[in-house]
Structure formats: structure tokens, C-alpha cells
Design a protein around this ligand. Structure first.
Ligand code: PBG
Length: 334
């Protein structure tokens, strides 16, 4: 009976700390809370539509948006991020509508801030909802996205959002030098406290497809891709260089996108820079989980809390997720 001999027992029994719930609670290293959540919302100029590949997600009219926001505030979620579904008639090669001070997004921002001044409102700065070709910038005859002319429009878009009262502008375009240009324009126009959360390390991912359906840009983009500006999924050092540049240019917070396939990047970013770090748990990640959940193959509550918890463990301060409302409910009843 070797187990009865002194010295034959394991010196360390890690299971001892796992044996009771109180001990597991006491030694838990990271915790997800409602304070970590940012909820993405699609707002449309047209009819409300369910997004097929994202069960539970809709394009909302301005009225529908205000109902969503009421829920979000009641759940205690600190911030939302808005994405516009633009009328196809308003899409042009140069995305002029993106800088319209009375466009859909400035209107939505004003409406939210009027009723819920405490809620953090974040907007996406990028041209893909507004271009007739679905790219995030203006293109030349070969379809190549032109950097500096795109930055000019992004700056005007930024100011249209800031003038409407947005709290955080969030450029998702991956043009070089855009943070510097946006920061300068914000400062020069008196918006000293407008936060920039840059999509610093945004990868050319296959996980954005459901979002492009939601936005109505998939058809415009066709078979084209975004690999001449988004980071190659195989790269790490390049992602860190992007983050370093964005911080130097004036970003306050940085984001890694997509989320779960890129936890290694999140970890390196947080360790290297120690700045507020966020992840975008993107549409394709949501779609995958939902598909399995709807088939009864995964338990929604457990899978969602474990997935979002992984971002905290990797080093994230917060996460943009379509599960934000569900997670807030689960956390409230934990
Ligand atoms: C585009 C943008 C994308 C997302 C956010 N902003 C898609 C893209 O780069 O094509 C993706 C978000 C998601 O998939 O949930 N500027």
C-alpha cells in the first residue's frame, strides 16, 4: 500500500485548491465583469432586418436603436459601438457620405447622447459602409486602396462624429498615419477629450464575413480582399509594430482583431506596452458559437463566459462582443 507510507504522497496537491467552490473563488486569477463589455450595434437607414449568419443580431432603425440602448444601459454595459448600414444610393467610389455631419451615425450619436449622456458611445471610422466597391478606402484604377487620400476622408469623418458628441472614435481601416492625422484634427477642433481606440492590429481575417453581410458591403466587395492593408494572419512582430506606431501617433487604447484566434497577439501587446488593450470578438466567432449552440452542441452560458473570460486571461481590459447583453445577464445572475 505505497500511499500509506510517509514520503510517498505528492508534495503538492493542486487538486486541494480545487476541491471546494470557496477555494476556487478565492484563488481565481482573472474575472470577467460587465465593466469589460462593449456592445456592437448595427443601425440602418432602411428597414429592420435580422442578420442571417448572426442569430440574435439585427440591423436597427433609429427607434430600434434607442430600445437596444435602453436595454444596454439597464444591464450596466459601459459602452456601445455603432456600425451604419448605408442606403446603396448613397454609396460612392469616394465615400463622401462618410463625412456628412447629418449622416446616419452623427444622427444616432446625437440621439443616444441626448437621452443617455453617461453611456460611452464609440463609432467606427472607416469607409467600407460608404464605398460602392466595399473597400475601406478610395481606390485607384487597379483597385489599390490609396493611403493618404483615404486618411483625408477619415479625418473629416472623425470630425463629423466628434462634433456629434461621440466619446470614442475607433479607426478600423488600417491606413498608415491615420491616428496622427485624426489626433491633430481633434486637438485643433477642441475635441481634446475624444478618445481614440485604434484597431491597431487588425488582421486580414476570414472571420469578418457575417459582419459584411450585416453591413451590406459583402456584395460590393465581391471577390476582392483587404490584404493590401490588413495584417497577414501569420505575423506577430508586424502587429506589434502597428501598435507601437498607433500609440506614438496618439492612440489612447488599442485593439486586436479578431479575438480568440489571436490571443497570442493580445498577450504580447499587453505585456509589451501595458496600455488599455481590447479585443474584438468578431462576427465569425459569434456565428461559429451560435451555430454550435443552436445545434445543442454547446451550452450557451458556459461557452460564452469561458470565451469572454479567455480575453481577460490573455491580458485584455475589455472586449467588443455581440454576446455583451447575454454575458451581462449571466454575470448578474452568477
Ligand atoms: C470594416 C470593419 C470590419 C469589422 C469592423 N469594421 C470588417 C472588415 O474589415 O471587413 C468586422 C467586425 C466583425 O466581423 O464583427 N472597417
Amino acid at each position: 500500500m505505497p500511499h500509506s507510507f510517509p514520503g510517498h504522497y505528492p508534495a503538492t496537491r493542486l487538486r486541494r485548491g480545487r476541491a471546494h467552490d470557496f477555494a476556487r473563488r478565492l484563488s481565481r486569477e482573472t474575472k470577467l465583469s460587465v465593466d469589460d463589455l462593449i456592445y456592437p450595434i448595427f443601425v440602418t437607414e432602411g428597414e429592420p432586418v435580422n442578420v442571417t449568419a448572426m442569430p440574435g443580431v439585427q440591423r436597427h432603425t433609429l427607434d430600434g436603436l434607442m430600445r437596444e440602448i435602453t436595454d444596454v444601459v439597464a444591464l450596466g454595459i459601459p459602452a456601445v459601438v455603432l456600425f451604419p448600414v448605408i442606403d446603396p444610393d448613397k454609396k460612392t467610389p469616394d465615400a463622401e457620405e462618410a463625412a456628412n455631419p447629418d449622416g446616419l451615425i452623427p444622427k444616432a450619436v446625437r440621439a443616444i447622447k441626448r437621452e443617455f449622456p453617461e453611456l460611452g458611445v464609440m463609432t467606427d471610422v472607416a469607409l467600407d459602409p460608404y464605398t460602392s466597391h466595399g473597400q475601406d478606402g478610395v481606390i485607384d484604377g487597379d483597385g489599390y486602396v490609396l493611403n493618404d487620400p483615404t486618411v483625408d476622408i477619415l479625418v473629416r469623418q472623425t470630425l463629423a462624429h466628434a462634433d456629434a458628441g461621440v466619446d470614442i472614435v475607433s479607426p478600423s481601416d488600417m491606413m498608415d498615419g491615420r491616428i496622427k492625422a485624426m489626433r491633430a484634427a481633434l486637438e485643433q477642433n477642441g475635441h481634446v477629450n475624444t478618445i481614440i481606440m485604434s484597431y491597431a492590429a487588425k488582421f486580414a481575417s476570414s472571420f469578418y464575413n457575417p459582419f459584411r453581410e450585416a453591413l451590406g458591403s459583402a456584395g460590393n466587395l465581391g471577390k476582392a480582399d483587404k490584404r493590401t492593408y490588413q495584417v497577414d494572419p501569420a505575423n506577430t512582430d508586424e502587429a506589434l509594430r502597428e501598435v507601437a506606431l498607433d500609440l506614438k501617433e496618439g492612440a489612447d487604447m488599442v485593439m486586436v482583431k479578431p479575438g480568440m484566434p489571436y490571443l497570442d497577439i493580445i498577450h504580447r501587446v499587453k505585456e509589451t506596452f501595458g496600455v488599455p488593450t481590447f479585443a474584438y470578438h468578431v462576427s465569425g466567432e459569434y456565428a461559429m458559437l451560435k451555430a454550435a449552440i443552436q445545434n445543442g452542441w454547446l451550452d450557451e452560458r458556459a461557452a460564452v463566459l469561458e470565451s469572454l473570460g479567455s480575453f481577460k486571461r490573455a491580458g485584455c481590459d475589455g472586449v467588443l462582443t455581440y454576446f455583451a447583453k447575454d454575458a451581462a445577464r449571466y454575470l448578474a445572475s452568477n
